[in-house]
Design a protein around this ligand. Structure first.
Ligand code: ADP
Ligand code: MG
Length: 362
Protein backbone atom coordinates (compact mmCIF):
# COMPACT_ATOMS: atom_id res chain seq x y z
CA UNK A 1 0.00 0.00 0.00
CA UNK A 2 1.12 3.49 -0.78
CA UNK A 3 4.03 2.86 -3.10
CA UNK A 4 4.74 5.56 -5.65
CA UNK A 5 6.36 5.03 -9.04
CA UNK A 6 7.33 7.81 -11.41
CA UNK A 7 8.33 6.82 -14.95
CA UNK A 8 9.76 9.34 -17.36
CA UNK A 9 7.94 12.16 -15.60
CA UNK A 10 8.74 15.49 -17.20
CA UNK A 11 7.45 19.02 -16.69
CA UNK A 12 7.74 22.12 -18.83
CA UNK A 13 6.13 25.47 -18.26
CA UNK A 14 5.86 26.92 -21.75
CA UNK A 15 9.24 26.40 -23.37
CA UNK A 16 11.06 26.09 -20.02
CA UNK A 17 11.81 22.53 -18.98
CA UNK A 18 11.72 22.54 -15.19
CA UNK A 19 11.98 18.75 -14.76
CA UNK A 20 13.69 16.65 -17.43
CA UNK A 21 12.42 13.05 -17.63
CA UNK A 22 12.78 11.50 -14.20
CA UNK A 23 12.30 8.01 -12.72
CA UNK A 24 11.74 7.35 -9.04
CA UNK A 25 10.32 4.51 -6.93
CA UNK A 26 9.12 4.98 -3.39
CA UNK A 27 8.40 1.93 -1.24
CA UNK A 28 5.18 1.53 0.76
CA UNK A 29 5.54 3.07 4.21
CA UNK A 30 8.73 4.91 3.36
CA UNK A 31 9.48 8.44 4.54
CA UNK A 32 11.13 10.09 1.55
CA UNK A 33 12.42 13.65 1.59
CA UNK A 34 12.90 15.72 -1.56
CA UNK A 35 15.62 18.23 -0.80
CA UNK A 36 17.38 20.84 -2.90
CA UNK A 37 17.85 24.56 -3.29
CA UNK A 38 14.94 26.91 -3.86
CA UNK A 39 13.60 26.67 -7.42
CA UNK A 40 15.00 23.20 -8.15
CA UNK A 41 11.54 21.74 -8.81
CA UNK A 42 10.65 20.05 -5.50
CA UNK A 43 7.16 21.54 -5.29
CA UNK A 44 6.49 20.94 -8.97
CA UNK A 45 7.36 17.27 -8.56
CA UNK A 46 5.20 16.95 -5.44
CA UNK A 47 2.31 18.79 -7.10
CA UNK A 48 2.43 16.37 -10.03
CA UNK A 49 2.20 13.45 -7.60
CA UNK A 50 -0.72 15.25 -5.91
CA UNK A 51 -2.45 15.88 -9.23
CA UNK A 52 -2.28 19.68 -8.89
CA UNK A 53 -0.04 19.87 -11.99
CA UNK A 54 -0.12 17.54 -14.99
CA UNK A 55 3.15 16.06 -16.17
CA UNK A 56 4.21 17.05 -19.69
CA UNK A 57 5.13 13.39 -20.22
CA UNK A 58 5.48 10.17 -18.25
CA UNK A 59 3.32 8.21 -15.83
CA UNK A 60 2.64 8.31 -12.11
CA UNK A 61 1.46 5.26 -10.17
CA UNK A 62 0.22 5.32 -6.58
CA UNK A 63 -0.50 2.04 -4.78
CA UNK A 64 -0.17 0.16 -8.05
CA UNK A 65 -2.71 2.29 -9.91
CA UNK A 66 -1.92 4.64 -12.80
CA UNK A 67 -3.11 8.02 -11.53
CA UNK A 68 -1.42 10.19 -14.18
CA UNK A 69 -4.76 11.59 -15.26
CA UNK A 70 -6.72 11.09 -12.02
CA UNK A 71 -8.21 13.97 -10.04
CA UNK A 72 -6.33 14.91 -6.83
CA UNK A 73 -9.26 13.71 -4.71
CA UNK A 74 -9.13 10.27 -6.36
CA UNK A 75 -5.48 9.55 -5.60
CA UNK A 76 -5.83 8.42 -1.97
CA UNK A 77 -3.46 11.07 -0.71
CA UNK A 78 -3.51 14.11 1.54
CA UNK A 79 -1.29 17.14 1.31
CA UNK A 80 -0.01 19.57 3.95
CA UNK A 81 1.34 22.91 2.73
CA UNK A 82 3.62 25.55 4.18
CA UNK A 83 0.70 27.89 4.74
CA UNK A 84 -2.01 26.17 6.70
CA UNK A 85 -5.13 27.59 5.07
CA UNK A 86 -7.66 26.94 7.83
CA UNK A 87 -11.18 28.32 7.54
CA UNK A 88 -11.27 31.16 10.10
CA UNK A 89 -14.97 30.89 10.86
CA UNK A 90 -14.88 27.16 11.59
CA UNK A 91 -13.70 25.46 14.76
CA UNK A 92 -10.73 23.13 14.74
CA UNK A 93 -13.06 20.13 14.67
CA UNK A 94 -15.04 21.57 11.75
CA UNK A 95 -11.84 22.39 9.88
CA UNK A 96 -10.61 18.85 10.34
CA UNK A 97 -13.93 17.32 9.30
CA UNK A 98 -14.50 19.56 6.29
CA UNK A 99 -12.83 17.35 3.68
CA UNK A 100 -14.80 14.34 4.93
CA UNK A 101 -18.01 16.33 4.80
CA UNK A 102 -17.30 17.23 1.17
CA UNK A 103 -16.71 13.54 0.51
CA UNK A 104 -20.16 12.84 2.06
CA UNK A 105 -18.80 10.75 4.92
CA UNK A 106 -21.58 10.25 7.54
CA UNK A 107 -21.44 12.53 10.60
CA UNK A 108 -20.73 9.81 13.15
CA UNK A 109 -17.80 8.52 11.10
CA UNK A 110 -16.48 12.08 10.71
CA UNK A 111 -16.63 12.70 14.42
CA UNK A 112 -14.78 9.47 15.13
CA UNK A 113 -12.05 10.25 12.58
CA UNK A 114 -11.58 13.74 14.07
CA UNK A 115 -11.46 12.36 17.60
CA UNK A 116 -8.78 9.82 16.66
CA UNK A 117 -6.66 12.32 14.72
CA UNK A 118 -6.91 14.85 17.53
CA UNK A 119 -5.71 12.21 19.96
CA UNK A 120 -2.74 11.29 17.77
CA UNK A 121 -1.76 14.95 17.50
CA UNK A 122 -2.63 15.77 21.13
CA UNK A 123 -4.96 18.60 20.20
CA UNK A 124 -8.16 17.21 21.72
CA UNK A 125 -8.53 20.21 24.03
CA UNK A 126 -8.35 22.57 21.03
CA UNK A 127 -11.21 21.04 19.03
CA UNK A 128 -13.74 23.77 19.88
CA UNK A 129 -11.40 26.69 19.26
CA UNK A 130 -11.24 28.91 16.19
CA UNK A 131 -7.96 29.15 14.25
CA UNK A 132 -7.30 32.70 15.54
CA UNK A 133 -7.14 31.26 19.07
CA UNK A 134 -4.26 28.96 18.11
CA UNK A 135 -0.49 29.41 17.94
CA UNK A 136 1.37 28.79 14.67
CA UNK A 137 2.42 25.33 15.79
CA UNK A 138 -1.12 24.41 16.84
CA UNK A 139 -2.49 25.59 13.49
CA UNK A 140 0.03 23.48 11.64
CA UNK A 141 -0.98 20.53 13.79
CA UNK A 142 -4.63 21.09 12.77
CA UNK A 143 -3.55 21.19 9.12
CA UNK A 144 -1.83 17.84 9.62
CA UNK A 145 -4.94 16.60 11.43
CA UNK A 146 -7.03 17.53 8.42
CA UNK A 147 -4.76 15.26 6.39
CA UNK A 148 -4.86 12.40 8.90
CA UNK A 149 -8.68 12.18 9.11
CA UNK A 150 -8.77 11.19 5.47
CA UNK A 151 -6.72 8.11 6.29
CA UNK A 152 -4.60 8.45 3.15
CA UNK A 153 -2.14 5.84 1.87
CA UNK A 154 0.18 8.71 1.00
CA UNK A 155 0.95 11.98 2.78
CA UNK A 156 2.57 14.84 0.88
CA UNK A 157 4.20 17.67 2.82
CA UNK A 158 5.49 20.81 1.13
CA UNK A 159 7.81 22.68 3.52
CA UNK A 160 5.20 22.45 6.29
CA UNK A 161 7.52 23.86 8.96
CA UNK A 162 9.04 26.81 7.10
CA UNK A 163 6.78 29.36 8.77
CA UNK A 164 7.49 28.18 12.30
CA UNK A 165 10.23 29.46 14.58
CA UNK A 166 13.35 27.36 15.11
CA UNK A 167 12.34 25.75 18.38
CA UNK A 168 8.89 24.79 17.15
CA UNK A 169 10.36 23.40 13.94
CA UNK A 170 12.47 20.96 15.95
CA UNK A 171 9.43 19.91 17.99
CA UNK A 172 7.21 19.46 14.91
CA UNK A 173 9.98 17.53 13.18
CA UNK A 174 9.85 15.02 16.02
CA UNK A 175 6.07 14.92 15.90
CA UNK A 176 5.96 14.21 12.19
CA UNK A 177 8.58 11.48 12.65
CA UNK A 178 6.46 10.03 15.47
CA UNK A 179 3.38 10.27 13.29
CA UNK A 180 5.12 8.35 10.54
CA UNK A 181 6.20 5.67 12.98
CA UNK A 182 2.60 5.32 14.18
CA UNK A 183 0.84 5.26 10.80
CA UNK A 184 1.51 2.78 8.04
CA UNK A 185 1.32 5.50 5.36
CA UNK A 186 3.97 6.51 2.88
CA UNK A 187 5.18 10.08 3.32
CA UNK A 188 6.88 12.42 0.86
CA UNK A 189 8.25 15.53 2.46
CA UNK A 190 9.69 18.51 0.59
CA UNK A 191 12.20 20.84 2.22
CA UNK A 192 15.18 23.01 1.34
CA UNK A 193 16.56 22.33 4.81
CA UNK A 194 19.14 19.55 4.76
CA UNK A 195 18.89 19.14 8.54
CA UNK A 196 15.18 18.27 8.22
CA UNK A 197 16.10 15.88 5.44
CA UNK A 198 18.87 14.22 7.45
CA UNK A 199 16.82 13.84 10.61
CA UNK A 200 13.47 12.73 9.17
CA UNK A 201 14.11 10.71 6.02
CA UNK A 202 14.36 6.98 5.45
CA UNK A 203 15.66 8.04 2.04
CA UNK A 204 16.62 11.42 0.67
CA UNK A 205 16.22 12.48 -2.96
CA UNK A 206 18.62 15.35 -3.71
CA UNK A 207 17.37 17.51 -6.56
CA UNK A 208 19.16 20.17 -8.55
CA UNK A 209 17.57 21.94 -11.51
CA UNK A 210 14.93 19.23 -11.72
CA UNK A 211 17.50 16.44 -11.91
CA UNK A 212 18.00 13.79 -9.23
CA UNK A 213 21.62 14.12 -8.14
CA UNK A 214 21.49 11.18 -5.71
CA UNK A 215 19.01 9.02 -3.81
CA UNK A 216 20.03 7.30 -0.60
CA UNK A 217 19.76 6.92 3.12
CA UNK A 218 20.91 10.02 5.05
CA UNK A 219 24.12 8.35 6.24
CA UNK A 220 24.88 7.18 2.69
CA UNK A 221 24.61 10.68 1.27
CA UNK A 222 26.76 12.01 4.09
CA UNK A 223 29.51 9.42 3.94
CA UNK A 224 29.41 8.44 0.27
CA UNK A 225 28.23 11.36 -1.90
CA UNK A 226 28.18 10.80 -5.66
CA UNK A 227 29.26 14.31 -6.56
CA UNK A 228 30.37 17.68 -5.29
CA UNK A 229 26.82 19.06 -5.25
CA UNK A 230 25.53 16.40 -2.85
CA UNK A 231 28.73 16.59 -0.80
CA UNK A 232 28.27 20.34 -0.39
CA UNK A 233 24.53 20.23 0.19
CA UNK A 234 24.47 17.56 2.92
CA UNK A 235 26.27 18.43 6.14
CA UNK A 236 26.59 21.61 8.15
CA UNK A 237 28.83 23.54 8.15
CA UNK A 238 29.42 22.67 4.54
CA UNK A 239 32.26 20.40 3.42
CA UNK A 240 35.49 22.28 2.63
CA UNK A 241 36.44 22.14 -1.05
CA UNK A 242 40.11 22.72 -1.76
CA UNK A 243 42.02 22.85 -5.03
CA UNK A 244 44.21 19.76 -5.25
CA UNK A 245 46.21 17.75 -7.76
CA UNK A 246 46.67 14.03 -8.29
CA UNK A 247 50.39 13.53 -8.82
CA UNK A 248 50.57 9.75 -9.09
CA UNK A 249 49.17 6.35 -8.22
CA UNK A 250 49.55 5.10 -4.67
CA UNK A 251 49.06 1.59 -3.34
CA UNK A 252 45.93 -0.38 -4.26
CA UNK A 253 43.18 2.04 -5.12
CA UNK A 254 44.91 5.10 -3.74
CA UNK A 255 46.21 8.19 -5.52
CA UNK A 256 48.81 10.64 -4.29
CA UNK A 257 47.39 14.10 -3.82
CA UNK A 258 48.89 17.54 -3.26
CA UNK A 259 46.76 20.06 -1.37
CA UNK A 260 48.65 23.36 -1.37
CA UNK A 261 46.24 25.21 0.93
CA UNK A 262 46.81 22.61 3.63
CA UNK A 263 50.54 22.36 2.90
CA UNK A 264 50.15 18.66 2.04
CA UNK A 265 51.87 16.72 -0.68
CA UNK A 266 51.76 13.07 -1.65
CA UNK A 267 48.72 12.35 0.57
CA UNK A 268 47.54 8.80 -0.33
CA UNK A 269 43.79 9.25 -0.74
CA UNK A 270 41.57 6.21 -1.39
CA UNK A 271 39.55 6.30 -4.62
CA UNK A 272 35.89 5.38 -4.60
CA UNK A 273 36.40 3.74 -7.96
CA UNK A 274 39.83 2.08 -7.89
CA UNK A 275 39.84 1.99 -11.69
CA UNK A 276 40.12 5.77 -12.00
CA UNK A 277 43.27 6.88 -13.78
CA UNK A 278 42.68 10.60 -13.56
CA UNK A 279 45.70 12.85 -13.05
CA UNK A 280 46.05 16.58 -12.50
CA UNK A 281 43.63 19.08 -11.10
CA UNK A 282 40.87 17.84 -8.82
CA UNK A 283 38.94 19.14 -5.84
CA UNK A 284 39.54 17.67 -2.41
CA UNK A 285 36.59 17.62 0.00
CA UNK A 286 37.03 17.48 3.75
CA UNK A 287 34.33 17.96 6.36
CA UNK A 288 34.88 20.45 9.21
CA UNK A 289 34.24 17.65 11.72
CA UNK A 290 37.07 15.54 10.26
CA UNK A 291 39.79 17.87 11.53
CA UNK A 292 40.91 15.75 14.47
CA UNK A 293 43.30 15.68 17.38
CA UNK A 294 46.86 16.33 16.13
CA UNK A 295 48.08 13.01 17.50
CA UNK A 296 45.59 11.06 15.42
CA UNK A 297 45.35 10.71 11.66
CA UNK A 298 47.84 10.29 8.85
CA UNK A 299 49.09 13.86 8.54
CA UNK A 300 49.19 17.00 10.60
CA UNK A 301 48.02 20.35 9.26
CA UNK A 302 48.17 23.77 10.85
CA UNK A 303 45.48 26.39 10.55
CA UNK A 304 45.47 29.93 11.91
CA UNK A 305 42.32 30.98 13.73
CA UNK A 306 41.08 34.09 11.97
CA UNK A 307 37.52 33.74 13.23
CA UNK A 308 36.27 31.48 16.00
CA UNK A 309 32.56 30.74 16.20
CA UNK A 310 31.45 29.24 19.48
CA UNK A 311 27.99 27.66 19.25
CA UNK A 312 28.10 26.37 22.82
CA UNK A 313 28.08 22.66 22.07
CA UNK A 314 30.58 22.90 19.23
CA UNK A 315 32.96 25.55 17.93
CA UNK A 316 34.44 26.31 14.53
CA UNK A 317 37.71 27.84 13.46
CA UNK A 318 37.80 29.74 10.16
CA UNK A 319 40.98 30.45 8.29
CA UNK A 320 41.65 32.18 4.96
CA UNK A 321 38.38 34.00 5.58
CA UNK A 322 39.31 36.65 3.03
CA UNK A 323 39.47 34.14 0.19
CA UNK A 324 36.45 33.03 -1.79
CA UNK A 325 36.19 29.90 0.32
CA UNK A 326 37.36 29.94 3.94
CA UNK A 327 38.53 26.69 5.50
CA UNK A 328 36.34 25.65 8.42
CA UNK A 329 37.43 23.20 11.11
CA UNK A 330 35.54 22.02 14.15
CA UNK A 331 37.52 22.65 17.33
CA UNK A 332 36.96 21.23 20.82
CA UNK A 333 34.75 23.60 22.80
CA UNK A 334 36.87 23.04 25.89
CA UNK A 335 40.05 24.16 24.12
CA UNK A 336 38.97 27.19 22.10
CA UNK A 337 41.83 28.78 20.17
CA UNK A 338 42.42 32.51 20.56
CA UNK A 339 42.33 34.72 17.50
CA UNK A 340 45.56 34.53 15.56
CA UNK A 341 46.57 31.27 17.23
CA UNK A 342 47.91 28.48 15.02
CA UNK A 343 46.22 25.17 15.73
CA UNK A 344 47.42 21.70 14.71
CA UNK A 345 44.98 19.08 13.49
CA UNK A 346 45.32 15.44 12.51
CA UNK A 347 43.81 14.42 9.16
CA UNK A 348 42.91 10.94 8.00
CA UNK A 349 43.41 10.44 4.29
CA UNK A 350 40.37 8.15 4.36
CA UNK A 351 38.17 11.11 5.34
CA UNK A 352 39.13 12.98 2.15
CA UNK A 353 36.87 12.95 -0.92
CA UNK A 354 38.09 13.62 -4.43
CA UNK A 355 36.02 15.19 -7.19
CA UNK A 356 36.93 15.49 -10.85
CA UNK A 357 36.65 18.73 -12.84
CA UNK A 358 33.07 17.75 -13.79
CA UNK A 359 32.14 17.47 -10.10
CA UNK A 360 31.83 13.66 -10.12
CA UNK A 361 33.29 11.73 -7.24
CA UNK A 362 36.52 9.92 -8.07
N1 ADP B 1 3.15 27.62 -12.71
C1 ADP B 1 4.40 27.88 -13.11
N2 ADP B 1 4.65 28.55 -14.26
C2 ADP B 1 5.90 28.80 -14.65
N3 ADP B 1 7.00 28.43 -13.98
C3 ADP B 1 6.83 27.77 -12.83
C4 ADP B 1 5.53 27.46 -12.31
N4 ADP B 1 5.67 26.79 -11.15
C5 ADP B 1 7.00 26.69 -10.94
N5 ADP B 1 7.71 27.27 -11.95
C6 ADP B 1 9.17 27.31 -12.07
O1 ADP B 1 9.65 26.01 -11.93
C7 ADP B 1 10.86 25.98 -11.20
C8 ADP B 1 10.72 25.04 -10.03
O2 ADP B 1 9.81 25.61 -9.11
P1 ADP B 1 9.38 24.86 -7.78
O3 ADP B 1 8.96 23.49 -8.11
O4 ADP B 1 8.42 25.74 -7.06
O5 ADP B 1 10.76 24.81 -6.97
P2 ADP B 1 11.04 24.51 -5.42
O6 ADP B 1 9.79 24.01 -4.81
O7 ADP B 1 12.15 23.50 -5.46
O8 ADP B 1 11.51 25.80 -4.83
C9 ADP B 1 11.16 27.41 -10.81
O9 ADP B 1 12.08 27.92 -11.74
C10 ADP B 1 9.82 28.08 -10.95
O10 ADP B 1 9.97 29.43 -11.27
MG1 MG C 1 8.65 24.75 -3.24
Amino acid sequence: MGEVTLRGVRKSFGSTEVIPPLDLSIEPGEFVVFVGPSGCGKSTLLRMIAGLESPSAGTIEIAGRDVTHAEPADRGLAMVFQTYALYPHMTVAQNMAFGLEMAKVPAAERAEAVRKAAEILQITELLDRKPRELSGGQRQRVAIGRAIVRDPVLFLFDEPLSNLDAELRVQMRLEIARLHAGLAATMIYVTHDQIEAMTMADRIVVLRKGVIEQVGRPTELYSDPDNIFVAGFIGSPRMNFLPAAITGQGQEGHVLVDVPRLGLSGLPVPLRDPGVRQMGEVTLGLRPEDFGHPETGDRTVELTAEVVENLGGTAYLYTDAGRDAAIVAEVPRRALPSLGETVSFGLRAADCFLFGPDGKRL
